[in-house]
Design a protein around this ligand. Structure first.
Ligand SMILES: [Zn+2]
Length: 481
């Protein structure tokens, strides 16, 4: 009996502690900037983006033999469109098409900032499009076309902002690098990797780099009244694992008891039911810590504020709520491709499955390979394919660079909360950790769910008002550097 009193007492005390902790968690005042918009001519910036979209800078299949004429045309377009920027920018062309522009600041003691964007876009033909894929049409207050979101909008916004400021007599205090790769959509090995190597050889160090990444979320989803600007402080790693089964082939009219395809199918099933254990990567922990105080639902807030105490339960909840929350706490494994025999009546001598893996900080390809070897079963080889990349390091949110970024966000987007998070897609920015520990991924455009779905898909388009506000963001950023 006493035992049960003790148990109930401990549970009661813990609950009380958690409720009190939630009740007393102070809600930091949302940075209210009260800054008047600088004033951006939205029609002009829309026209510039439309012109940029019309140049079909589709990623080259091969840097050496590819015809890069559109990249040259695009470079000439940029330099013609922003004369104030490019009259003072020092240009270096890297590996034929990638671009480094250096703009010297007045205070040479400060480390330069790196503004990243990729010039290339994924392919598109006109089929299924409302407007031609490379037409740059402006319709319903949107610029239509491939690259209008990913990511010519961000490059145009970054350049437009500096052009406006320079024309008004602004002199940047901190030096700036514009770093424009040309093959982000093919992993960035010909572009961003070469740019970063070039700068590293020159001994360049950067205060921070800013690339595409997190967007602006409506806080309602999380019972938060404000909008939330998510800044990626880390990005997931990428790996393809090939499961391979080798067997004697032969005619399918007389199959042996176990076939390559049968064994492989079982292996794929085993991978799917034996998921990797969830864990809390630092960016996810920091995201919860940043957002929990603003949650209006008291029970939800209590759960998030007490993440450390409720860790196993909350982790489980994250894995179940939706695929996106699952990715924030777990390295994911997704079967994506299967291959067997070349004809329907042939037993394959080799059957393979591709397992696409996105690694969280804290997990490694080596660890995942061991996990796969354990679960796939007998007779199945696990091969790590070329081109894998580990999860990136995690950039600090305590740095001046992060604070400057958050300040600029709050000035351009009054009343929005800035929070760090784990970016689940890949960007060029991961190649810059040699030059700075402050690698941030943020796309300063508000977008509807519908518009977000158009990236890499049909009818990609960029809202013009959001574009102009993105220019405001870069104006604030340059002023705050
Ligand atoms: Zn992109």
């Amino acid at each position: 009996m006493i035992f049960w009193y003790v148990v109930v007492g401990i549970i009661g005390a813990t609950l009380l502690f958690m409720f009190l902790r939630a009740a007393f968690t102070r809600r930091p005042e949302v940075l209210k900037a009260g800054v008047e918009p600088y004033g951006v001519d939205k029609d002009e910036v829309a026209r510039h983006l439309s012109e940029a979209v019309r140049i079909p800078t589709v990623t080259l299949v091969d840097n050496e033999n590819g015809d890069g004429k559109y990249f040259i045309e695009y470079r000439e377009f940029l330099e013609k469109t922003y004369p104030a920027v490019f009259s003072i920018a020092r240009r270096t062309i890297v590996n034929k098409y990638s671009l480094i522009y250096f703009i010297e600041g007045t205070d040479k003691a400060l480390l330069p900032a790196g503004i990243l964007a990729h010039q290339d876009v994924v392919p598109a033909d006109d089929e299924g499009w409302e407007c031609p894929a490379f037409g740059g049409e402006i319709k319903d207050n949107c610029v239509y076309g491939r690259g209008s979101q990913d990511m010519k909008s961000q490059m145009i916004a970054a350049l437009e902002a500096l052009e406006i400021l320079l024309k008004d007599g602004f002199k940047p205090k901190r030096s700036l690098y514009f770093l424009f790769g040309h093959d982000e959509e093919r992993k960035g090995t010909e572009g961003a990797v070469k740019i970063s190597e070039y700068l590293d050889k020159k001994g360049v160090k950067l205060e921070f780099v800013l690339d595409e990444g997190g967007t602006i979320l409506d806080g309602k989803l999380l019972k938060i009244n404000n909008k939330i600007a998510l800044v990626g402080t880390s990005e997931k790693g990428y790996a393809d694992f090939i499961l391979e089964v080798d067997k004697d082939g032969g005619h399918s009219s007389a199959p042996s008891r176990r076939t390559a395809v049968g064994i492989l199918s079982e292996a794929v099933y085993n991978v799917e039911i034996n998921k990797l254990k969830p864990a809390w990567p630092k960016p996810t922990k920091e995201m919860i810590k940043a957002l929990a105080p603003y949650v209006n639902n008291f029970f939800f807030k209590t759960a998030l504020v007490n993440r450390d105490i409720l860790s196993p339960l909350l982790k489980k909840a994250f894995t179940l709520i939706m695929p996106l929350t699952n990715t924030l706490v777990r390295t994911t494994l997704a079967p994506t491709q299967l291959s067997g025999a070349s004809a329907p009546n042939v037993l394959p001598t080799k059957a393979t499955a591709n397992i696409n893996c996105r690694l969280n900080p804290g997990d490694t390809t080596e660890k995942v390979k061991k996990h796969l070897e354990k679960v796939v079963g007998k007779g199945v080889k696990v091969i790590l394919d070329e081109g894998s990349i580990e999860a990136s390091p995690v950039s600090p949110t305590t740095s001046d660079a992060y604070k400057t970024l958050a300040k600029s966000i709050s000035e351009a987007f009054d009343g929005y909360i800035t929070a760090p998070f784990l970016f689940i897609a890949a960007t060029d920015s991961k190649y810059y950790y040699k030059l700075t520990e402050n690698v941030f991924r943020f796309t300063p455009f508000e977008k509807t769910e519908d518009d977000a779905k158009r990236v890499h898909a049909l009818n990609e388009r960029q809202d013009v008002d959001a574009l102009a506000r993105g220019v405001e963001f870069y104006i604030r950023l340059y002023k705050n550097l």
